[in-house]
Design a protein around this ligand. Structure first.
Ligand code: KIV
Length: 259
């Protein structure tokens, strides 16, 4: 599947259901359960590798996991994170890294950051690389911000709105909004033409994403915005289907998952 088909769903008002995915077996299950976007997230540094942050994940490891997910996913839409240190130096560095991920099977790459990333987004898009931007809580900037909700004051909220507009203008085709107030996410969503995908950003985004391990109850201390869909389910595919159904019906996230 390519971006135009996802865009059609979003334009028709269908909520997009995304989940992280790190290997071929889970990719098969997620596709069968109707997940629209498989995100090979650098959260694999925590869920798979056991680190405290996403920072130690290498480009080589992201290529390895992307190829594995592609083998299980058939032609499903795969979004892949550019890991820390593989794109921040220059647009040229970002292109060289993104090219490896596309060759491995990614349909689109994701990068974290606002104004500082606008030039890079434009550089990538003009060279045929579809880009998803990521604003709000940026896990690769954890040493600066900690794992805290972001954009909670007026000035930061206005900056986020401006960054979102500039990233869209530069050619980003999706925008992940992480851990920001639901009201702000709603404003960003209605101000853009491209779909927003929320995680801890309230129910008004065009789609939702969660970490697979969180919805399967595998995380020791899951974030407050996640929900364990394995509770009451008898199989992983059933839990994933319940997540997809809840997102599409607008039942997830509920008020208790929002900031
Ligand atoms: O790596 C990841 O899992 C992510 C999500 C938090 C959106 O980027």
């Amino acid at each position: 599947m390519f971006m135009p088909q996802l865009m059609k769903k979003a334009e028709a008002g269908e909520k997009l259901a995304a989940l992280t995915c790190y290997d071929a077996s889970y990719a098969r299950i997620l596709v069968q359960a109707g997940v629209d976007i498989l995100l090979v997230g650098d959260s694999l540094g925590m869920t798979v590798q056991g680190h405290d942050t996403t920072l130690p994940v290498s480009l080589e490891q992201m290529v390895y996991h992307s190829a594995a997910v592609r083998r299980g996913a058939g032609n499903a839409f795969i979004l892949v994170d550019l890991p820390f240190g593989s794109y921040q130096q220059s647009p040229g560095q970002a292109f060289a890294s993104a090219a490896q991920l596309l060759v491995a099977g990614a349909n689109m790459v994701k990068l974290e950051g606002g104004a500082i990333m606008v030039e890079t987004v434009e550089f990538l898009v003009r060279r045929g690389v579809p880009v998803c931007a990521h604003l709000g809580l940026l896990p690769q900037s954890v040493n600066r911000t900690g794992y805290r909700a972001q954009a909670r004051d007026n000035q930061a909220a206005l900056q986020l709105l401006e960054d979102a507009a500039n990233l869209e203008q530069a050619g980003a085709e999706l925008l992940v909004l992480e851990s920001i107030p639901a009201l702000l996410a709603s404003e960003v969503t209605s101000s853009l033409r491209i779909p927003t995908i929320g995680i801890g950003a309230g129910p008004q985004c065009d789609g939702q994403v969660l970490v697979l391990n969180d919805i399967l109850g595998l995380t020791e201390k899951p974030p407050r915005f996640a929900h364990n869909f394995m509770l009451g389910a008898t199989a992983i595919e059933e839990a994933v289907r319940r997540y997809v159904t809840a997102v599409k019906a607008g039942e997830f996230p509920a008020a208790e998952h929002a900031f």
